[in-house]
Design a protein around this ligand. Structure first.
Ligand SMILES: NC(=O)c1ccc[n+]([C@@H]2O[C@H](COP(=O)([O-])OP(=O)(O)OC[C@H]3O[C@@H](n4cnc5c(N)ncnc54)[C@H](OP(=O)(O)O)[C@@H]3O)[C@@H](O)[C@H]2O)c1
Length: 289
């Protein structure tokens, strides 16, 4: 560890029985254009992952479909054998047929195959957190979550999470297996998942907002946070992440980047505590933008 701000400054959250620092890392951006194929700079991707862990990040989000397979393989190459406190959360349920193409596939046999393959690629006996990437309308929700529950009973998955669900789907899934996390699109400029966030808070499960930087614009100096950030002596990405951390204690932001020089300031957001006034000012500057 260096004297740079640690992700630990964000405090911790317990997901199932796994306690992690509340600022994580998303690995989707470590792949090629269109989340397809290898990254342009393989060595920088490895550096990003190692530096993240060095900076106290111990919750890393990935998926079989990132690359596909590329992100999981990079995580293993960079970090295996994993430190005891590092939690790798992967997913399955989206088929990839080309760059930027994502096709939901919840056939239980396919989900089983992908869990087996993630175990192999990540080099683990059990996946810490496995998230159903999408609920496929072509298969009963009970069968999709049910297959993950079977894999959990077999000891291949520790905890089950969901991605892009509504409150009713979370309730239905809970009847099949304990759900410890939900992962939905949520950031300062897109807040349609508020009802799910409220429900996650009520249940005390983790809410993992994807696109925490709106996939870029919230990190730009000419974006909606540009002038507020310069007043605050922080970067726009830091304000966007600090806002999420203050918004709810169950939120675990997982900003993604392919560059160490973006990772470091993003992690440093863990140490920024916004006052109530600053929180409201950021809110006002971005609502409707
Ligand atoms: N469950 C789902 O369906 C789902 C969907 C999408 C994503 N996810 C997960 O959520 C994670 C986060 O989403 P995301 O990575 O797509 O979006 P994001 O974190 O909102 O933004 C990432 C983008 O912002 C840029 N960026 C990051 N930090 C920056 C900085 N300090 N300054 C300037 N630009 C910066 C990155 O480019 P550079 O590489 O140039 O830094 C990248 O293009 C993903 O990695 C993935 O793990 C889940």
């Amino acid at each position: 560890m260096t004297d740079a701000t640690s992700a630990a400054a964000a405090g911790t959250i317990t997901i199932g029985d796994l306690t992690v620092n509340r600022l994580g890392f998303g690995s989707m951006r470590l792949t090629g254009k269109g989340v397809w194929g290898p990254p342009d700079d393989h060595d920088e991707s490895i550096r990003v992952l190692r530096r993240a862990v060095e900076l106290g990040v111990n919750f890393i989000d990935t998926a079989d479909s990132y690359g596909p397979y590329v992100a999981e393989e990079l995580i293993r190459e960079a970090l295996h054998p994993y430190a005891d406190d590092v939690v790798i959360a992967t997913k399955a349920g989206l088929l990839r047929t080309g760059p930027d193409v994502w096709v939901p596939l919840g056939n239980p046999s396919y989900l089983r195959q992908e869990v087996e393959m993630s175990l192999r690629r990540l080099g683990v006996d059990r996946i810490d957190l496995h998230q159903l990437h999408r609920i496929d309308p072509n298969f009963p929700l009970e069968d999709q979550v049910g297959e993950l529950a079977k894999l959990q009973q077999e000891g291949k998955i520790r905890h089950i999470g969901l991605s892009e669900v509504d409150v009713d789907q979370l309730t239905a899934a809970h009847k099949v297996a304990p759900i410890v996390s939900v992962q939905n699109l949520y950031n300062l400029t897109t807040r349609t998942a508020e009802p799910l966030l409220d429900e996650a808070e009520k249940q005390g499960i983790a809410f993992i907002p994807w696109f925490p930087l709106a996939a870029g614009p919230l990190a730009n100096t000419d974006g909606p946070l540009g002038s507020l950030a310069s007043d605050h002596g922080a970067s726009p990405s830091q304000l966007a992440l600090a806002w999420l951390l203050k918004r709810s204690p169950v939120i675990v932001p997982i900003p993604g980047t392919s560059r160490v020089d973006h990772l470091e300031p993003n992690v440093a957001a863990a140490g920024i505590e916004l006052s109530d006034e600053e929180f409201s000012a950021i809110d006002a500057a971005t609502s409707g933008s």
